[in-house]
Design a protein around this ligand. Structure first.
Ligand SMILES: NC(=O)c1ccc[n+]([C@@H]2O[C@H](COP(=O)([O-])OP(=O)(O)OC[C@H]3O[C@@H](n4cnc5c(N)ncnc54)[C@H](O)[C@@H]3O)[C@@H](O)[C@H]2O)c1
Length: 265
């Protein structure tokens, strides 16, 4: 294997067993990194494929909203691999797809707790140990910029992630730690894209057609380049933001889709 910049580096990925996370785990293992995949889902972690890279992969069941659990996970990572060089703070919960007047307060709090407080807990626990030259990427969403209808909690939480990214980038710059956000927009094709369009079609919002195929078509038509972004492109962006090629980049929010999003995510 040719030497890569990530070889022997320690990468922490939350939501590491999910759609984006599992793809990144595979990519970074292949580039020679030691990867800690944290996820609340024990089943999903169990099926996370690290074949051929067993010594480089540490799977930890961890709920990012539990500060003691996150501290214990970080201690485990330090013991096995050393302090984190890179963090993809990526765990997230979409919440209900439901217009504002019917949105449950309980679900609103849950979305904010996982997407905002949980992200901060992980960021703080890792940043305390990260060396100068390290890099953090927080997963926001284009929903946090364009504010997707029927997704009030999610949009508010991802706007908070973008603000958290700018603020922590300033606070951590003197320590030599960069912090950026990645905002996936229309990502597909595949199961997640189809499910999202079905949920939007069923949510009874006047902004979405009530047929999933039409919803999908309308969304793509709103993108100047008329294409979806891919999971690989999201991971490409994270890899770039980790790399020395991005040593001048901090406090930014990189949107990943086929151009500019329509806002009807
Ligand atoms: N898929 C998209 O099109 C899209 C678009 C924009 C933003 N995002 C964001 O990207 C990130 C990853 O999404 P995904 O598409 O891979 O979804 P996913 O549901 O496949 O992955 C999310 C992972 O986070 C884990 N998770 C949820 N709550 C957790 C908690 N409290 N502690 C630890 N882990 C927890 C889940 O178990 C899951 O494995 C999320 O932050 C999501 O909001 C996704």
């Amino acid at each position: 294997m040719p030497t890569t910049q990530l070889e022997h580096k320690v990468i922490v990925i939350t939501g590491g067993a999910g759609y984006f996370g599992s793809s990144a785990v595979k990519r970074f293992l292949g580039l020679g990194a030691n990867v800690a995949a944290l996820d609340v889902s024990e089943d999903a972690l169990a099926s996370l494929d690290g074949e051929g890279f067993e010594g480089q992969l540490l799977k930890i069941v961890c709920n990012v909203t539990n500060a003691d659990g996150v501290t214990a996970a970080v201690n485990q990572i330090v013991e096995k691999f050393g302090p984190p060089d890179y963090l993809w703070n990526n765990a997230g919960y979409q919440g209900a797809i439901c217009p504002t007047l019917e949105y449950s307060i309980t679900d609103f709090s849950r979305v904010m707790n996982i997407n905002v407080t949980g992200m901060f807990i992980v960021l703080q626990a890792c940043a305390k140990l990260m060396p100068s030259g390290s890099s953090i990427v927080n997963t926001a969403s284009v929903a946090g910029i364009k504010c997707t209808p029927a997704m009030v909690a999610y949009s508010a939480s991802k706007a908070a992630v973008i603000a958290m990214t700018s603020c922590t980038a300033k606070d951590l710059a003197p320590k030599g730690i960069r912090v950026n956000a990645v905002s996936p927009a229309l990502i597909g094709p595949g199961m997640m894209w189809d499910r999202q369009n079905e949920l939007h079609a069923a949510c009874d919002s006047p902004y979405f057609a009530n047929d999933a195929e039409k919803v999908a078509k309308n969304k793509v038509n709103g993108v100047p380049m008329k294409r979806l972004g891919s999971v690989e492109e999201v991971v490409d962006m994270v890899e770039f933001l980790f790399s020395d090629k991005a040593s001048y980049v901090t406090g930014t929010n990189m949107v990943v889709d086929g151009g500019m999003s329509s806002g009807l995510r």
